[in-house]
Design a protein around this ligand. Structure first.
Ligand code: 5RP
Length: 215
C-alpha cells in the first residue's frame, strides 16, 4: 500500500508551480509528498503546515513553514484522507489533525487529495468519523452524537490534538447526507470540528496506481 501512496503523492507534484506557497496536510501519504516537495524546495515560496508532525518533517527537509495569517489565501492544498466517496467528499482526522486541515482546505483555491485505492468507498462511514472536542464537553458531545445519529462515539485514548483538545471517533455510521451531517454536528456546543470534508470537498482526487488515476 505504501508504494501506491507514494505514486499518488508524486503525481500531486504536477499541481505545484514555481513561487507557490503550498498547503501541506498530515499523514503517511503526505510524508511522501513532502519528500517530493523537498526536491523542488528552491522553487517554492514555502509551505503552510496542518500539524506539528508535518511542520517538523517540512523543516527537516529545509522547507520554510509560513503562518497562514501572513500568507492569506493559498493556491494549493495537498492532503490525504481516510475515506473518499465518488463526489470527492472525505472523512479525515485519522491523524487527529482535522481542524488545521480543514482551515487550510478552506483557505485554498485547489484541494488535491492523495489516496491509495483502499480509501475509496461508495458511502462514507466505515472509517469511524473523528470529531475534535473541547475536553470539558466530551461526554456532552458524545451523548448528543449518539442521540442525533445512533453512531457510537469512542474517546480516542491518550490523544491530545495540536490544539489541546480530544477526539471522539464515531463508529457505525452510514453517511448518506454528508453535508447535512457535517452541518448538524458542527452545531453541538463543544465541537471544534468534524472530520467530514463535504461542504468543502476535494477538487481533485489522485488514486495511487500504475499509472495514478485522477477524478
Ligand atoms: C490526518 C488525516 C490523514 O490525511 C488521513 O488520516 C490519512 O492518513 P494516511 O495518509 O497516513 O493514510 O486526515 O488527520
Amino acid at each position: 500500500m505504501s508504494e501506491l501512496k507514494k505514486l499518488a503523492a508524486e503525481k500531486a507534484m504536477d499541481y505545484v508551480e514555481d513561487g507557490m506557497v503550498v498547503g501541506v496536510g498530515t499523514g503517511s501519504t503526505v510524508a511522501y509528498f513532502i519528500n517530493a516537495l523537498a526536491a523542488r524546495k528552491d522553487r517554492i515560496a514555502g509551505a503552510v503546515s496542518s500539524s506539528e508532525q508535518s511542520t517538523a518533517r517540512l523543516r527537516a527537509h529545509g522547507i520554510e513553514v509560513l503562518d497562514l495569517n501572513a500568507t492569506g489565501p493559498l493556491p494549493l492544498y495537498v492532503d490525504g484522507a481516510d475515506e473518499c466517496d465518488p463526489h470527492k467528499r472525505l472523512i479525515k482526522g485519522g491523524g487527529a489533525a482535522l481542524t488545521r486541515e480543514k482551515i487550510i482546505a478552506e483557505a485554498s483555491a485547489r484541494f488535491v487529495c492523495i489516496i491509495d485505492p483502499s480509501k475509496q468507498v461508495d458511502v462514507l462511514g466505515r472509517f469511524p468519523l473523528p470529531v475534535e472536542v473541547i475536553p470539558m464537553a466530551r461526554s456532552l458531545v458524545a451523548r448528543e452524537i449518539l442521540r442525533m445519529t445512533g453512531g457510537q462515539p469512542v474517546w480516542r485514548d491518550a490523544v491530545v490534538t495540536d490544539n489541546g483538545n480530544w477526539i471522539l471517533d464515531v463508529h457505525g455510521l452510514a453517511i448518506t447526507d454528508p453535508v447535512g451531517l457535517e452541518r448538524e454536528l458542527n452545531q453541538i456546543p463543544g465541537v471544534v470540528s468534524v472530520g467530514l470534508f463535504a461542504r468543502r470537498p476535494a477538487d481533485v482526487v489522485i488514486v495511487g496506481g500504475q499509472p495514478p488515476r485522477l477524478f
